[in-house]
Unconditional design. Structure first.
Length: 232
Protein backbone atom coordinates (compact mmCIF):
# COMPACT_ATOMS: atom_id res chain seq x y z
CA UNK A 1 0.00 0.00 0.00
CA UNK A 2 1.35 3.40 -0.94
CA UNK A 3 2.26 5.64 1.97
CA UNK A 4 0.02 8.72 2.31
CA UNK A 5 1.50 12.04 1.31
CA UNK A 6 2.29 14.46 4.10
CA UNK A 7 -0.50 16.73 2.88
CA UNK A 8 -2.99 13.88 3.39
CA UNK A 9 -2.11 13.81 7.11
CA UNK A 10 -2.85 17.53 7.52
CA UNK A 11 -6.40 18.15 8.78
CA UNK A 12 -6.34 21.81 7.74
CA UNK A 13 -8.34 21.33 4.50
CA UNK A 14 -11.17 19.70 6.47
CA UNK A 15 -11.05 22.46 9.06
CA UNK A 16 -11.10 25.10 6.33
CA UNK A 17 -14.12 23.43 4.76
CA UNK A 18 -16.01 23.46 8.06
CA UNK A 19 -15.02 27.08 8.69
CA UNK A 20 -16.17 28.09 5.21
CA UNK A 21 -19.45 26.28 5.83
CA UNK A 22 -19.91 28.08 9.13
CA UNK A 23 -19.12 31.44 7.53
CA UNK A 24 -21.66 30.83 4.77
CA UNK A 25 -24.44 29.83 7.16
CA UNK A 26 -23.87 32.60 9.71
CA UNK A 27 -23.57 35.22 6.97
CA UNK A 28 -26.73 33.92 5.28
CA UNK A 29 -28.72 34.22 8.50
CA UNK A 30 -27.34 37.70 9.26
CA UNK A 31 -28.21 38.97 5.80
CA UNK A 32 -31.65 37.34 5.90
CA UNK A 33 -32.38 38.87 9.30
CA UNK A 34 -32.71 35.51 11.06
CA UNK A 35 -29.88 36.69 13.31
CA UNK A 36 -31.15 40.09 14.37
CA UNK A 37 -29.02 43.27 14.28
CA UNK A 38 -27.38 43.77 17.66
CA UNK A 39 -28.05 40.22 18.88
CA UNK A 40 -25.38 38.30 20.76
CA UNK A 41 -23.63 35.45 18.98
CA UNK A 42 -22.66 32.77 21.46
CA UNK A 43 -20.41 29.96 20.28
CA UNK A 44 -22.42 27.28 22.11
CA UNK A 45 -25.68 28.48 20.59
CA UNK A 46 -24.21 28.61 17.08
CA UNK A 47 -22.72 25.12 17.45
CA UNK A 48 -26.18 23.82 18.31
CA UNK A 49 -27.85 25.86 15.57
CA UNK A 50 -25.60 24.69 12.74
CA UNK A 51 -24.26 21.37 13.96
CA UNK A 52 -20.64 22.45 13.46
CA UNK A 53 -17.81 22.26 16.02
CA UNK A 54 -16.76 25.14 18.22
CA UNK A 55 -13.38 25.67 16.55
CA UNK A 56 -14.69 26.37 13.02
CA UNK A 57 -17.49 28.50 14.50
CA UNK A 58 -14.97 30.67 16.39
CA UNK A 59 -12.85 31.03 13.25
CA UNK A 60 -15.95 31.93 11.23
CA UNK A 61 -16.87 34.65 13.73
CA UNK A 62 -13.38 36.11 13.56
CA UNK A 63 -13.46 36.23 9.78
CA UNK A 64 -16.94 37.74 9.65
CA UNK A 65 -15.81 40.42 12.11
CA UNK A 66 -13.17 41.45 9.57
CA UNK A 67 -16.00 41.94 7.05
CA UNK A 68 -17.88 44.19 9.52
CA UNK A 69 -20.98 41.99 9.55
CA UNK A 70 -20.41 41.24 13.23
CA UNK A 71 -18.67 43.11 16.03
CA UNK A 72 -16.26 41.69 18.61
CA UNK A 73 -17.19 42.64 22.17
CA UNK A 74 -13.83 42.47 23.91
CA UNK A 75 -13.55 39.16 25.74
CA UNK A 76 -17.32 38.73 25.83
CA UNK A 77 -17.79 37.35 22.34
CA UNK A 78 -19.54 38.77 19.30
CA UNK A 79 -22.79 40.40 18.26
CA UNK A 80 -24.44 41.11 14.92
CA UNK A 81 -23.57 44.59 13.65
CA UNK A 82 -26.48 46.98 14.29
CA UNK A 83 -28.30 48.83 11.52
CA UNK A 84 -27.47 52.53 11.78
CA UNK A 85 -27.66 55.49 9.46
CA UNK A 86 -23.99 56.33 10.07
CA UNK A 87 -23.00 52.78 9.12
CA UNK A 88 -24.94 52.84 5.86
CA UNK A 89 -23.56 56.30 5.04
CA UNK A 90 -20.02 55.00 5.57
CA UNK A 91 -20.69 51.92 3.42
CA UNK A 92 -22.25 54.11 0.73
CA UNK A 93 -19.41 56.63 0.60
CA UNK A 94 -16.75 53.91 0.57
CA UNK A 95 -18.57 52.01 -2.17
CA UNK A 96 -18.70 55.15 -4.28
CA UNK A 97 -14.94 55.65 -3.97
CA UNK A 98 -14.02 52.05 -4.76
CA UNK A 99 -16.66 51.25 -7.37
CA UNK A 100 -16.15 54.40 -9.40
CA UNK A 101 -12.42 53.67 -9.58
CA UNK A 102 -13.14 50.06 -10.57
CA UNK A 103 -15.61 51.36 -13.14
CA UNK A 104 -13.02 53.73 -14.59
CA UNK A 105 -10.55 50.87 -14.96
CA UNK A 106 -13.20 48.64 -16.53
CA UNK A 107 -14.22 51.28 -19.07
CA UNK A 108 -10.57 51.82 -19.97
CA UNK A 109 -9.59 48.16 -20.15
CA UNK A 110 -12.80 46.25 -20.89
CA UNK A 111 -12.98 44.42 -24.21
CA UNK A 112 -15.89 42.83 -26.07
CA UNK A 113 -16.10 39.99 -23.56
CA UNK A 114 -16.65 42.47 -20.73
CA UNK A 115 -19.43 44.24 -22.61
CA UNK A 116 -21.05 40.89 -23.39
CA UNK A 117 -20.90 39.88 -19.72
CA UNK A 118 -22.59 43.14 -18.66
CA UNK A 119 -25.35 42.67 -21.24
CA UNK A 120 -25.86 39.01 -20.36
CA UNK A 121 -26.08 39.69 -16.63
CA UNK A 122 -28.60 42.48 -17.19
CA UNK A 123 -30.67 40.27 -19.49
CA UNK A 124 -30.85 37.51 -16.87
CA UNK A 125 -31.82 40.01 -14.16
CA UNK A 126 -34.47 41.57 -16.41
CA UNK A 127 -35.96 38.18 -17.30
CA UNK A 128 -36.16 37.20 -13.64
CA UNK A 129 -37.99 40.42 -12.70
CA UNK A 130 -40.34 40.02 -15.68
CA UNK A 131 -41.27 36.51 -14.52
CA UNK A 132 -41.90 37.51 -10.91
CA UNK A 133 -43.46 40.94 -11.34
CA UNK A 134 -44.01 42.85 -8.11
CA UNK A 135 -42.85 39.80 -6.12
CA UNK A 136 -39.22 40.33 -7.15
CA UNK A 137 -36.67 41.51 -4.61
CA UNK A 138 -33.91 40.67 -2.17
CA UNK A 139 -34.46 37.59 -0.10
CA UNK A 140 -34.50 34.83 -2.70
CA UNK A 141 -31.27 33.12 -3.59
CA UNK A 142 -31.72 33.42 -7.35
CA UNK A 143 -32.54 37.13 -7.33
CA UNK A 144 -29.73 37.93 -4.90
CA UNK A 145 -27.23 36.14 -7.13
CA UNK A 146 -28.48 37.77 -10.33
CA UNK A 147 -28.52 41.25 -8.80
CA UNK A 148 -25.02 40.98 -7.36
CA UNK A 149 -23.68 39.43 -10.56
CA UNK A 150 -24.94 42.40 -12.59
CA UNK A 151 -23.19 44.89 -10.33
CA UNK A 152 -20.04 42.75 -10.29
CA UNK A 153 -19.91 42.58 -14.08
CA UNK A 154 -20.04 46.38 -14.35
CA UNK A 155 -16.58 46.51 -12.74
CA UNK A 156 -15.50 43.09 -13.98
CA UNK A 157 -12.62 44.41 -16.11
CA UNK A 158 -11.03 46.41 -13.29
CA UNK A 159 -8.12 43.97 -13.19
CA UNK A 160 -7.65 43.95 -9.40
CA UNK A 161 -8.85 40.96 -7.41
CA UNK A 162 -8.39 42.82 -4.11
CA UNK A 163 -10.40 45.81 -5.31
CA UNK A 164 -13.23 43.58 -6.49
CA UNK A 165 -13.21 41.60 -3.22
CA UNK A 166 -13.43 44.79 -1.18
CA UNK A 167 -16.37 45.93 -3.31
CA UNK A 168 -18.04 42.54 -2.91
CA UNK A 169 -17.73 42.73 0.88
CA UNK A 170 -19.23 46.23 0.95
CA UNK A 171 -22.09 45.10 -1.30
CA UNK A 172 -22.85 42.34 1.20
CA UNK A 173 -22.68 44.78 4.11
CA UNK A 174 -25.27 46.99 2.37
CA UNK A 175 -27.55 44.01 1.72
CA UNK A 176 -29.41 44.23 5.03
CA UNK A 177 -30.26 47.86 4.30
CA UNK A 178 -31.28 47.05 0.72
CA UNK A 179 -33.81 44.55 2.03
CA UNK A 180 -35.45 47.39 3.96
CA UNK A 181 -35.42 49.54 0.83
CA UNK A 182 -36.85 46.81 -1.38
CA UNK A 183 -39.89 46.51 0.88
CA UNK A 184 -40.78 50.01 -0.30
CA UNK A 185 -40.22 49.21 -3.98
CA UNK A 186 -42.72 46.96 -5.73
CA UNK A 187 -42.50 48.47 -9.22
CA UNK A 188 -40.55 46.05 -11.44
CA UNK A 189 -40.51 48.50 -14.36
CA UNK A 190 -38.86 51.16 -12.23
CA UNK A 191 -36.29 48.69 -10.93
CA UNK A 192 -35.37 47.50 -14.42
CA UNK A 193 -35.29 51.05 -15.81
CA UNK A 194 -32.74 52.14 -13.21
CA UNK A 195 -30.49 49.18 -14.02
CA UNK A 196 -30.99 49.72 -17.76
CA UNK A 197 -29.78 53.33 -17.41
CA UNK A 198 -26.77 52.17 -15.47
CA UNK A 199 -25.85 49.51 -18.04
CA UNK A 200 -26.36 51.95 -20.91
CA UNK A 201 -24.13 54.64 -19.40
CA UNK A 202 -21.39 52.12 -18.66
CA UNK A 203 -21.45 50.55 -22.13
CA UNK A 204 -21.39 53.97 -23.77
CA UNK A 205 -17.95 54.25 -22.11
CA UNK A 206 -18.34 57.88 -21.14
CA UNK A 207 -16.83 57.73 -17.68
CA UNK A 208 -18.29 60.91 -16.17
CA UNK A 209 -21.85 60.05 -17.19
CA UNK A 210 -21.40 56.44 -16.03
CA UNK A 211 -19.85 57.60 -12.77
CA UNK A 212 -22.75 59.95 -12.02
CA UNK A 213 -25.29 57.22 -12.72
CA UNK A 214 -23.44 54.72 -10.52
CA UNK A 215 -23.08 57.16 -7.61
CA UNK A 216 -26.79 58.00 -7.74
CA UNK A 217 -27.62 54.29 -7.88
CA UNK A 218 -25.48 53.46 -4.85
CA UNK A 219 -26.91 56.40 -2.88
CA UNK A 220 -30.49 55.27 -3.55
CA UNK A 221 -30.40 52.82 -0.63
CA UNK A 222 -29.44 55.57 1.82
CA UNK A 223 -32.13 57.80 0.35
CA UNK A 224 -34.89 55.24 0.76
CA UNK A 225 -33.91 53.77 4.12
CA UNK A 226 -33.24 57.14 5.77
CA UNK A 227 -35.29 59.59 3.68
CA UNK A 228 -35.03 62.49 6.14
CA UNK A 229 -31.23 62.46 6.11
CA UNK A 230 -30.41 60.60 2.91
CA UNK A 231 -29.14 63.68 1.09
CA UNK A 232 -26.84 64.88 3.85
Amino acid sequence: MARPLAADLNPAPVQDTLTDRAIAMIQRDILAGSLQPGSRLGVVGLVQRYGIGATPVREALSRLASRDLIIAIGQRGFRVAPLERSDLADITNTRCVLETEALRLSIENGADAWEAAVLASFHRLKRYVARHGSAFGEGTEEFDELHKTFHSELIGAAGSARLKQAISDLYDQAYRYRRIMMKQLSDPDRFIASHQRLADRVLERGFEAARAELVAHIHSTLKYVYPETGNQ
